[in-house]
Ligand binder design. Structure first.
Ligand SMILES: C[S@@+](CC[C@H](N)C(=O)[O-])C[C@H]1O[C@@H](n2cnc3c(N)ncnc32)[C@H](O)[C@@H]1O
Length: 281
């Protein structure tokens, strides 16, 4: 829901409110689609019948780092404490699809780019996706899985945190994860789930883990050997890391490149625009 344009419409249109309800073009699903809502002096009434009061909208407009859903006659911040990891998962507003915030760490790029564009950059090093089998190691909000499936790939994706899965279900931009037949979802630690996949089961792997500090084992030689095992000969890997020109990105990428080569990957290359490293099986 987008509170500020609604408050602005009301401010510009107060004379119409005196005449009764009026209509406004808005979005009830975090900008995924447009709809028409009515408003009166109590608040906004969406096409679904859900209502958001003006005080609730004013509160939402002051929250720069949260996204909200309208449920019946109240609004709720989209966030979930993980009883499992102890991390708070929430949605962070951007100029495009929302980003995922885990324990205060953003899981998507938002500076000068939005998560939709970030997703395209991550998939670009994988080349053609039509008709191929893709392993997406860390579902997150499912943007990489959804875009790979839209490009014609069969996608297997793994997410370990139930709180993130709750957020996926509440994020309109993640809906295709649950509706698309080309996407197979698994819940669990990918370092364990991967044991169940056959050798050479995938033509492409998109490895987009949290930062090294939050998921060090997903940057380790043992996991890379498993990635190599499930990737078909001459298959392609893209490993997202973060800005390779930052001091931490440069340090982490040196270790990642070395361990990928040691695990048997070939043609290991830095991809600065995509903030990661590509390699071939
Ligand atoms: C950077 S996000 C992935 C973003 C995703 N590519 C997208 O398009 O939204 C990383 C995700 O990995 C998940 N994760 C962390 N450790 C994991 C593990 N061991 N197995 C599977 N998922 C894991 C986190 O909960 C988080 O949702």
């Amino acid at each position: 829901m987008q509170a500020r344009p609604l408050l602005e419409a009301r401010r510009l249109d107060t004379t119409l409110i005196d005449l009764g309800t009026t209509r406004i073009d808005t979005s009830a699903d975090l900008g995924y689609s447009r709809t028409t809502a009515q408003y009166d002096d109590e608040g906004v009434i969406f096409a679904s019948g859900a209502r958001a009061s003006w005080p609730a909208l004013e509160h939402i407009a002051t929250d720069d780092s949260g996204c909200y859903e309208v449920l019946g006659d109240h609004t709720e911040r989209i966030q979930q404490m993980s009883t499992w990891s102890g991390r708070l998962a929430s949605l962070y507003p951007t100029t495009g699809p929302p980003a995922l915030l885990l324990s205060g760490t953003l899981m998507h790029r938002i500076k000068g780019i939005h998560p939709g564009q970030d997703t395209q950059r991550k998939l670009q090093p994988l080349g053609r996706l039509a008709g191929v089998r893709v392993l997406d190691t860390a579902t997150g909000l499912g943007y990489t899985a959804i875009d790979a499936a839209r490009a014609g790939a069969r996608v297997v994706t793994v997410e370990w945190d139930p709180a993130v899965i709750d957020i996926e279900r509440r994020n309109p931009w993640s809906a295709e994860l649950f509706a698309c037949e080309m996407i197979e979802r698994h819940q669990g630690d990918v370092a364990e789930v991967i044991d169940s996949f056959e050798a050479a089961a995938f033509d492409r792997i998109l490895h987009d883990p949290p930062v090294f500090a939050l998921a060090g084992d997903l940057y380790g030689g043992a996991f890379y050997r498993q990635l190599r095992r499930v990737l078909a000969r001459r298959g392609r890997l893209f490993h997202y890391i973060g800005n390779l020109e930052s001091p931490s990105g440069a340090r982490v990428s040196r270790g990642v490149a070395r361990r990928l080569a040691e695990a048997g990957f070939e043609d290991v290359r830095l991809q600065p625009d995509a903030f990661g490293i590509s390699a071939r099986g």
